[in-house]
Design a protein around this ligand. Sequence first.
Ligand SMILES: [Zn+2]
Length: 447
Amino acid sequence: MKQVRQRTFLIALLVILLLTGTVVFCIQYAVEGRHWAEFSANDHAYTEGRLSSGQILDRSGVLLYDAASGQYAEDSELRMATLHAVGDPDDNISTAAKAALASHLIGYNFLTGTTTGGHRLYLTIDAELNRTAYEALDGRKGTVAVYNYETGDILCMVSSPTFDPADPPEILDSDSRYEGVYLNRFLSTAYPPGSVFKLVTAAAAIENIPDLFERTFSCTGSCEIEGDTITCPYAHGEMDFSGALAHSCNGVFAQLAVELGGDTLLQYVRSAGLLAEQTVSDIPTAAGSFEIGTGSQLGWSGVGQYNDMVNPCSLLTLMGAIAGDGTAAQPRLISRETTMSGISRIPEEHSEAVRLWPSDTCQTLRAMMRSNVLTTYDQSRFGDLPICAKSGTAEVGGNLAPHAWFCGFLDDPDHPLAFVVLVENGGSGADAAGSVAAAILRQAAGE
Ligand SMILES: [Zn+2]
Protein backbone atom coordinates (compact mmCIF):
# COMPACT_ATOMS: atom_id res chain seq x y z
CA MET A 1 0.00 0.00 0.00
CA LYS A 2 2.87 2.31 0.91
CA GLN A 3 4.59 1.48 -2.40
CA VAL A 4 1.42 2.34 -4.37
CA ARG A 5 1.14 5.67 -2.59
CA GLN A 6 4.78 6.48 -3.38
CA ARG A 7 4.30 5.65 -7.06
CA THR A 8 1.12 7.67 -7.27
CA PHE A 9 2.96 10.62 -5.75
CA LEU A 10 5.81 10.18 -8.24
CA ILE A 11 3.44 10.05 -11.21
CA ALA A 12 1.58 13.13 -9.94
CA LEU A 13 4.91 14.93 -9.61
CA LEU A 14 5.91 14.01 -13.17
CA VAL A 15 2.53 15.15 -14.50
CA ILE A 16 2.92 18.50 -12.69
CA LEU A 17 6.44 18.89 -14.09
CA LEU A 18 5.20 18.09 -17.62
CA LEU A 19 2.33 20.57 -17.37
CA THR A 20 4.60 23.25 -15.92
CA GLY A 21 7.12 22.69 -18.71
CA THR A 22 4.40 22.88 -21.37
CA VAL A 23 3.06 26.13 -19.93
CA VAL A 24 6.57 27.65 -19.72
CA PHE A 25 7.25 26.61 -23.33
CA CYS A 26 3.94 28.08 -24.58
CA ILE A 27 4.64 31.37 -22.84
CA GLN A 28 8.15 31.48 -24.24
CA TYR A 29 6.86 30.56 -27.71
CA ALA A 30 4.33 33.37 -27.56
CA VAL A 31 6.90 35.90 -26.37
CA GLU A 32 10.02 34.77 -28.21
CA GLY A 33 8.64 32.87 -31.22
CA ARG A 34 9.13 35.78 -33.57
CA HIS A 35 12.81 36.05 -32.58
CA TRP A 36 13.37 32.29 -32.96
CA ALA A 37 11.83 32.44 -36.44
CA GLU A 38 14.03 35.39 -37.40
CA PHE A 39 17.20 33.59 -36.37
CA SER A 40 19.34 33.25 -39.50
CA ALA A 41 19.74 29.47 -38.98
CA ASN A 42 16.01 29.01 -39.66
CA ASP A 43 16.09 27.47 -43.14
CA HIS A 44 12.42 28.29 -43.76
CA ALA A 45 13.40 31.95 -43.94
CA TYR A 46 17.13 31.90 -44.71
CA THR A 47 19.36 30.07 -47.19
CA GLU A 48 23.04 30.07 -46.28
CA GLY A 49 22.44 33.03 -43.98
CA ARG A 50 20.55 35.06 -46.64
CA LEU A 51 16.92 35.94 -46.25
CA SER A 52 14.96 33.82 -48.74
CA SER A 53 11.33 34.76 -48.16
CA GLY A 54 9.27 37.86 -48.83
CA GLN A 55 9.17 40.61 -51.44
CA ILE A 56 9.77 44.38 -51.30
CA LEU A 57 7.58 46.56 -53.51
CA ASP A 58 7.04 50.28 -53.94
CA ARG A 59 3.74 51.96 -52.95
CA SER A 60 2.08 51.13 -56.27
CA GLY A 61 3.29 47.54 -56.46
CA VAL A 62 6.50 47.82 -58.53
CA LEU A 63 8.60 44.81 -57.48
CA LEU A 64 11.92 46.00 -56.07
CA TYR A 65 13.27 42.79 -54.53
CA ASP A 66 12.27 39.14 -54.41
CA ALA A 67 14.05 37.33 -51.60
CA ALA A 68 13.38 33.77 -52.84
CA SER A 69 15.25 34.38 -56.11
CA GLY A 70 17.50 37.20 -54.84
CA GLN A 71 16.38 39.28 -57.86
CA TYR A 72 16.06 43.08 -57.79
CA ALA A 73 13.99 45.38 -60.04
CA GLU A 74 14.56 44.87 -63.78
CA ASP A 75 15.72 48.41 -64.48
CA SER A 76 19.28 49.20 -63.34
CA GLU A 77 18.61 52.92 -62.77
CA LEU A 78 15.64 52.03 -60.56
CA ARG A 79 17.83 49.60 -58.61
CA MET A 80 20.39 52.35 -57.98
CA ALA A 81 17.75 54.93 -57.08
CA THR A 82 16.13 52.62 -54.50
CA LEU A 83 19.28 50.93 -53.12
CA HIS A 84 19.17 52.61 -49.70
CA ALA A 85 15.47 51.90 -49.26
CA VAL A 86 15.67 48.27 -50.40
CA GLY A 87 19.16 47.11 -49.40
CA ASP A 88 22.26 45.44 -50.85
CA PRO A 89 22.95 41.68 -51.22
CA ASP A 90 25.25 41.53 -48.16
CA ASP A 91 23.06 43.77 -45.99
CA ASN A 92 25.85 46.28 -45.45
CA ILE A 93 23.14 48.98 -45.50
CA SER A 94 21.73 48.14 -42.10
CA THR A 95 18.84 50.66 -42.25
CA ALA A 96 17.45 49.33 -45.56
CA ALA A 97 14.24 47.26 -45.67
CA LYS A 98 16.03 43.97 -46.45
CA ALA A 99 18.01 44.17 -43.22
CA ALA A 100 15.99 46.39 -40.91
CA LEU A 101 12.50 45.14 -41.81
CA ALA A 102 13.39 41.45 -42.24
CA SER A 103 10.78 40.38 -39.70
CA HIS A 104 8.03 41.84 -41.91
CA LEU A 105 9.43 39.99 -44.95
CA ILE A 106 9.63 36.69 -43.08
CA GLY A 107 5.97 37.15 -42.20
CA TYR A 108 6.10 35.17 -38.99
CA ASN A 109 2.69 34.07 -37.77
CA PHE A 110 1.91 32.62 -34.36
CA LEU A 111 0.01 29.65 -35.84
CA THR A 112 1.86 28.89 -39.08
CA GLY A 113 5.35 30.07 -38.09
CA THR A 114 7.47 30.88 -41.16
CA THR A 115 6.10 28.26 -43.54
CA THR A 116 3.97 30.59 -45.69
CA GLY A 117 6.76 31.93 -47.94
CA GLY A 118 6.99 35.34 -46.35
CA HIS A 119 5.10 38.59 -46.86
CA ARG A 120 4.89 41.29 -49.48
CA LEU A 121 6.12 44.50 -47.93
CA TYR A 122 4.91 47.63 -49.75
CA LEU A 123 7.15 50.58 -48.95
CA THR A 124 5.76 54.11 -48.97
CA ILE A 125 8.25 55.20 -51.64
CA ASP A 126 7.32 55.88 -55.25
CA ALA A 127 10.10 54.23 -57.26
CA GLU A 128 9.67 56.59 -60.21
CA LEU A 129 10.00 59.63 -57.94
CA ASN A 130 13.20 58.11 -56.59
CA ARG A 131 14.42 57.73 -60.16
CA THR A 132 13.77 61.42 -60.88
CA ALA A 133 15.61 62.46 -57.70
CA TYR A 134 18.54 60.18 -58.56
CA GLU A 135 18.74 61.65 -62.07
CA ALA A 136 18.52 65.20 -60.71
CA LEU A 137 21.43 64.56 -58.32
CA ASP A 138 23.38 63.66 -61.46
CA GLY A 139 26.13 61.68 -59.74
CA ARG A 140 26.67 64.19 -56.92
CA LYS A 141 26.67 62.98 -53.33
CA GLY A 142 23.74 63.93 -51.13
CA THR A 143 20.17 63.05 -50.31
CA VAL A 144 16.66 63.87 -51.51
CA ALA A 145 13.47 63.18 -49.58
CA VAL A 146 9.79 64.04 -49.94
CA TYR A 147 7.07 63.05 -47.50
CA ASN A 148 3.38 63.58 -46.95
CA TYR A 149 3.21 65.41 -43.62
CA GLU A 150 -0.41 64.33 -43.04
CA THR A 151 0.03 60.57 -43.52
CA GLY A 152 3.77 60.29 -42.79
CA ASP A 153 4.42 58.42 -46.07
CA ILE A 154 7.98 58.97 -47.35
CA LEU A 155 7.41 59.13 -51.12
CA CYS A 156 11.01 59.73 -52.12
CA MET A 157 14.20 58.76 -50.30
CA VAL A 158 17.41 58.75 -52.29
CA SER A 159 20.95 58.65 -50.96
CA SER A 160 24.00 59.11 -53.14
CA PRO A 161 26.60 57.69 -53.84
CA THR A 162 24.87 54.46 -54.72
CA PHE A 163 25.59 51.32 -56.76
CA ASP A 164 23.72 48.59 -58.61
CA PRO A 165 22.86 45.85 -56.08
CA ALA A 166 22.41 43.34 -58.93
CA ASP A 167 26.02 43.93 -59.93
CA PRO A 168 27.84 45.29 -56.86
CA PRO A 169 31.26 46.81 -57.57
CA GLU A 170 34.30 46.01 -55.48
CA ILE A 171 34.43 48.94 -53.07
CA LEU A 172 37.73 49.84 -51.42
CA ASP A 173 37.74 51.96 -48.24
CA SER A 174 40.06 54.45 -49.94
CA ASP A 175 37.76 54.98 -52.94
CA SER A 176 36.31 58.47 -52.48
CA ARG A 177 33.66 57.82 -55.14
CA TYR A 178 31.96 55.47 -52.69
CA GLU A 179 32.59 57.41 -49.48
CA GLY A 180 29.95 56.41 -46.92
CA VAL A 181 28.03 54.45 -49.56
CA TYR A 182 26.54 52.04 -47.00
CA LEU A 183 25.02 54.93 -45.03
CA ASN A 184 21.59 56.18 -45.91
CA ARG A 185 22.45 59.86 -45.78
CA PHE A 186 18.82 60.79 -45.13
CA LEU A 187 18.44 58.62 -42.02
CA SER A 188 21.93 58.10 -40.64
CA THR A 189 23.99 61.25 -41.04
CA ALA A 190 24.12 64.79 -39.69
CA TYR A 191 25.47 67.77 -41.62
CA PRO A 192 26.19 71.44 -40.93
CA PRO A 193 22.86 73.06 -41.79
CA GLY A 194 24.02 76.50 -42.91
CA SER A 195 21.22 78.97 -43.46
CA VAL A 196 18.31 76.51 -43.24
CA PHE A 197 19.02 76.77 -39.50
CA LYS A 198 17.92 80.43 -39.64
CA LEU A 199 14.34 79.12 -39.44
CA VAL A 200 15.08 77.96 -35.87
CA THR A 201 16.64 81.29 -34.93
CA ALA A 202 13.67 83.00 -36.59
CA ALA A 203 11.16 80.99 -34.52
CA ALA A 204 13.00 81.93 -31.31
CA ALA A 205 13.06 85.60 -32.38
CA ILE A 206 9.36 85.64 -33.34
CA GLU A 207 8.38 84.33 -29.91
CA ASN A 208 10.84 86.29 -27.77
CA ILE A 209 11.40 89.69 -29.36
CA PRO A 210 8.13 91.69 -29.15
CA ASP A 211 9.07 94.50 -31.58
CA LEU A 212 10.73 92.18 -34.14
CA PHE A 213 8.45 93.11 -37.04
CA GLU A 214 8.67 96.84 -36.32
CA ARG A 215 12.45 96.81 -36.56
CA THR A 216 14.46 97.89 -39.58
CA PHE A 217 17.78 96.10 -40.07
CA SER A 218 20.76 97.43 -41.93
CA CYS A 219 23.52 95.28 -43.52
CA THR A 220 26.80 96.72 -44.81
CA GLY A 221 28.16 93.28 -45.76
CA SER A 222 29.78 92.60 -42.40
CA CYS A 223 29.23 93.24 -38.72
CA GLU A 224 31.35 92.99 -35.57
CA ILE A 225 30.48 90.70 -32.65
CA GLU A 226 32.92 90.86 -29.73
CA GLY A 227 35.86 91.67 -31.98
CA ASP A 228 35.03 89.07 -34.64
CA THR A 229 33.58 89.79 -38.06
CA ILE A 230 30.40 88.11 -39.32
CA THR A 231 30.22 88.45 -43.08
CA CYS A 232 27.51 88.39 -45.74
CA PRO A 233 28.22 87.69 -49.43
CA TYR A 234 27.35 91.35 -50.16
CA ALA A 235 25.76 94.36 -48.45
CA HIS A 236 22.04 93.59 -48.11
CA GLY A 237 21.17 97.19 -47.23
CA GLU A 238 18.01 98.06 -45.30
CA MET A 239 15.34 95.44 -44.71
CA ASP A 240 12.61 94.28 -42.33
CA PHE A 241 12.71 90.89 -40.59
CA SER A 242 10.99 89.06 -43.44
CA GLY A 243 13.50 90.62 -45.86
CA ALA A 244 16.38 89.49 -43.61
CA LEU A 245 15.22 85.88 -44.00
CA ALA A 246 14.62 86.26 -47.75
CA HIS A 247 18.15 87.68 -48.16
CA SER A 248 19.45 85.18 -45.59
CA CYS A 249 21.43 87.97 -43.94
CA ASN A 250 24.12 86.47 -41.67
CA GLY A 251 24.63 89.75 -39.81
CA VAL A 252 20.97 90.06 -38.75
CA PHE A 253 20.62 86.44 -37.64
CA ALA A 254 23.99 86.37 -35.83
CA GLN A 255 23.03 89.50 -33.87
CA LEU A 256 19.58 88.08 -33.09
CA ALA A 257 21.23 84.87 -31.82
CA VAL A 258 23.40 86.90 -29.44
CA GLU A 259 20.39 88.96 -28.32
CA LEU A 260 18.34 85.78 -27.66
CA GLY A 261 21.20 84.05 -25.84
CA GLY A 262 22.54 80.51 -26.12
CA ASP A 263 20.10 78.90 -23.69
CA THR A 264 17.04 80.23 -25.55
CA LEU A 265 18.47 79.15 -28.89
CA LEU A 266 19.23 75.68 -27.53
CA GLN A 267 15.66 75.41 -26.26
CA TYR A 268 14.34 76.09 -29.78
CA VAL A 269 16.75 73.65 -31.45
CA ARG A 270 15.46 71.04 -29.02
CA SER A 271 11.78 71.90 -29.51
CA ALA A 272 12.37 71.79 -33.28
CA GLY A 273 13.16 68.10 -32.82
CA LEU A 274 16.67 68.53 -34.19
CA LEU A 275 18.55 67.05 -31.23
CA ALA A 276 16.62 63.80 -30.81
CA GLU A 277 16.84 60.52 -32.65
CA GLN A 278 13.61 59.60 -34.42
CA THR A 279 12.33 56.24 -35.54
CA VAL A 280 11.04 55.74 -39.05
CA SER A 281 9.05 52.49 -39.08
CA ASP A 282 11.25 51.36 -36.16
CA ILE A 283 14.46 52.28 -38.01
CA PRO A 284 16.49 54.73 -35.87
CA THR A 285 17.77 58.00 -37.33
CA ALA A 286 20.85 60.02 -36.35
CA ALA A 287 20.49 62.93 -33.93
CA GLY A 288 21.78 66.42 -34.64
CA SER A 289 23.82 68.59 -32.27
CA PHE A 290 24.07 72.16 -31.05
CA GLU A 291 26.75 73.65 -28.86
CA ILE A 292 26.34 76.94 -27.02
CA GLY A 293 29.30 79.10 -27.96
CA THR A 294 30.24 82.56 -26.75
CA GLY A 295 30.39 85.88 -28.62
CA SER A 296 30.84 85.39 -32.35
CA GLN A 297 30.57 81.59 -31.94
CA LEU A 298 27.02 82.08 -30.69
CA GLY A 299 26.43 84.41 -33.65
CA TRP A 300 27.71 81.83 -36.12
CA SER A 301 25.65 79.07 -34.46
CA GLY A 302 22.54 81.22 -35.04
CA VAL A 303 23.22 81.16 -38.80
CA GLY A 304 23.79 77.39 -38.88
CA GLN A 305 27.57 77.29 -38.76
CA TYR A 306 29.94 76.86 -35.75
CA ASN A 307 29.26 73.28 -34.44
CA ASP A 308 25.61 72.97 -35.57
CA MET A 309 24.71 69.58 -37.07
CA VAL A 310 21.33 68.52 -38.46
CA ASN A 311 19.96 65.17 -39.62
CA PRO A 312 18.03 65.44 -42.94
CA CYS A 313 15.09 63.35 -41.65
CA SER A 314 14.66 65.58 -38.58
CA LEU A 315 14.77 68.62 -40.85
CA LEU A 316 12.11 67.09 -43.10
CA THR A 317 9.83 66.51 -40.11
CA LEU A 318 10.39 70.12 -39.01
CA MET A 319 9.32 71.29 -42.49
CA GLY A 320 6.18 69.14 -42.20
CA ALA A 321 5.38 70.60 -38.80
CA ILE A 322 5.78 74.22 -39.96
CA ALA A 323 3.47 73.39 -42.88
CA GLY A 324 0.99 71.66 -40.56
CA ASP A 325 0.61 74.57 -38.11
CA GLY A 326 2.84 72.89 -35.54
CA THR A 327 1.87 69.26 -36.06
CA ALA A 328 3.18 66.70 -38.54
CA ALA A 329 2.94 62.96 -38.96
CA GLN A 330 6.04 60.98 -38.03
CA PRO A 331 7.72 59.86 -41.29
CA ARG A 332 7.25 56.17 -42.10
CA LEU A 333 8.47 53.70 -44.71
CA ILE A 334 5.98 50.84 -44.52
CA SER A 335 2.84 51.43 -46.54
CA ARG A 336 1.18 48.01 -46.10
CA GLU A 337 1.93 44.32 -45.81
CA THR A 338 0.17 41.31 -47.31
CA THR A 339 0.70 37.57 -47.49
CA MET A 340 1.98 36.15 -50.80
CA SER A 341 -1.63 35.40 -51.73
CA GLY A 342 -2.54 39.04 -51.18
CA ILE A 343 -4.34 38.88 -47.85
CA SER A 344 -3.78 42.11 -45.94
CA ARG A 345 -2.26 41.98 -42.54
CA ILE A 346 -3.76 44.37 -40.04
CA PRO A 347 -1.33 47.29 -40.13
CA GLU A 348 0.62 47.51 -36.90
CA GLU A 349 1.88 50.96 -37.53
CA HIS A 350 -0.02 54.15 -36.96
CA SER A 351 1.80 57.29 -37.76
CA GLU A 352 2.18 59.32 -34.60
CA ALA A 353 1.94 63.07 -34.66
CA VAL A 354 4.98 65.18 -33.93
CA ARG A 355 4.18 68.42 -32.11
CA LEU A 356 6.34 71.46 -32.50
CA TRP A 357 6.02 75.19 -32.13
CA PRO A 358 2.70 76.98 -31.60
CA SER A 359 0.42 77.39 -34.58
CA ASP A 360 0.82 81.18 -34.99
CA THR A 361 4.63 80.91 -34.99
CA CYS A 362 4.38 78.32 -37.76
CA GLN A 363 1.96 80.49 -39.75
CA THR A 364 4.37 83.44 -39.56
CA LEU A 365 7.28 81.25 -40.70
CA ARG A 366 5.16 79.83 -43.51
CA ALA A 367 4.36 83.29 -44.84
CA MET A 368 8.05 84.25 -44.65
CA MET A 369 9.10 81.04 -46.45
CA ARG A 370 6.57 81.77 -49.20
CA SER A 371 8.00 85.28 -49.48
CA ASN A 372 11.52 83.76 -49.80
CA VAL A 373 10.41 81.97 -52.98
CA LEU A 374 8.59 84.97 -54.45
CA THR A 375 11.35 87.49 -53.77
CA THR A 376 14.56 85.43 -53.94
CA TYR A 377 14.30 81.91 -55.38
CA ASP A 378 12.30 82.68 -58.55
CA GLN A 379 8.80 81.18 -58.59
CA SER A 380 9.00 80.45 -62.34
CA ARG A 381 11.39 77.56 -61.68
CA PHE A 382 8.59 75.82 -59.75
CA GLY A 383 5.74 76.42 -62.20
CA ASP A 384 2.52 77.16 -60.34
CA LEU A 385 3.44 75.19 -57.22
CA PRO A 386 2.89 77.20 -54.02
CA ILE A 387 6.33 76.42 -52.59
CA CYS A 388 7.52 77.72 -49.23
CA ALA A 389 11.25 77.22 -48.80
CA LYS A 390 14.59 78.11 -47.26
CA SER A 391 17.96 77.53 -48.86
CA GLY A 392 21.24 76.91 -47.12
CA THR A 393 24.82 77.10 -48.27
CA ALA A 394 26.83 75.45 -45.51
CA GLU A 395 30.56 76.14 -45.36
CA VAL A 396 32.50 72.94 -44.75
CA GLY A 397 36.08 74.26 -44.50
CA GLY A 398 39.20 73.58 -46.54
CA ASN A 399 39.02 74.26 -50.25
CA LEU A 400 35.80 72.32 -50.62
CA ALA A 401 32.68 73.88 -52.07
CA PRO A 402 29.89 74.36 -49.48
CA HIS A 403 27.01 71.92 -49.06
CA ALA A 404 23.84 73.05 -50.82
CA TRP A 405 20.50 72.74 -48.98
CA PHE A 406 16.96 73.47 -50.07
CA CYS A 407 14.04 72.52 -47.83
CA GLY A 408 10.41 73.43 -47.37
CA PHE A 409 6.92 72.31 -48.36
CA LEU A 410 3.97 72.91 -50.64
CA ASP A 411 1.32 75.15 -49.09
CA ASP A 412 -1.41 73.15 -50.79
CA PRO A 413 -4.06 71.02 -49.02
CA ASP A 414 -4.26 68.73 -52.08
CA HIS A 415 -0.52 68.03 -51.94
CA PRO A 416 0.65 68.15 -48.30
CA LEU A 417 4.28 67.48 -49.18
CA ALA A 418 7.45 68.52 -47.38
CA PHE A 419 10.91 68.11 -48.89
CA VAL A 420 14.61 68.23 -48.13
CA VAL A 421 17.42 68.29 -50.69
CA LEU A 422 21.10 68.23 -49.80
CA VAL A 423 23.84 68.27 -52.44
CA GLU A 424 27.24 67.74 -50.83
CA ASN A 425 29.75 70.35 -52.03
CA GLY A 426 27.07 71.50 -54.45
CA GLY A 427 27.78 75.23 -54.02
CA SER A 428 24.82 77.61 -53.80
CA GLY A 429 21.84 76.08 -51.99
CA ALA A 430 19.15 77.82 -53.98
CA ASP A 431 20.76 76.98 -57.35
CA ALA A 432 22.08 73.44 -56.88
CA ALA A 433 19.60 71.98 -54.40
CA GLY A 434 16.71 74.21 -55.54
CA SER A 435 16.88 72.75 -59.06
CA VAL A 436 16.67 69.19 -57.70
CA ALA A 437 13.67 70.20 -55.56
CA ALA A 438 11.94 71.76 -58.59
CA ALA A 439 12.27 68.51 -60.59
CA ILE A 440 10.89 66.21 -57.88
CA LEU A 441 8.11 68.50 -56.64
CA ARG A 442 6.70 69.01 -60.11
CA GLN A 443 6.50 65.24 -60.52
CA ALA A 444 5.24 64.58 -56.97
CA ALA A 445 2.43 67.13 -57.36
CA GLY A 446 1.61 65.81 -60.84
CA GLU A 447 2.46 69.05 -62.69
ZN1 LIG B 1 23.58 90.79 -44.75
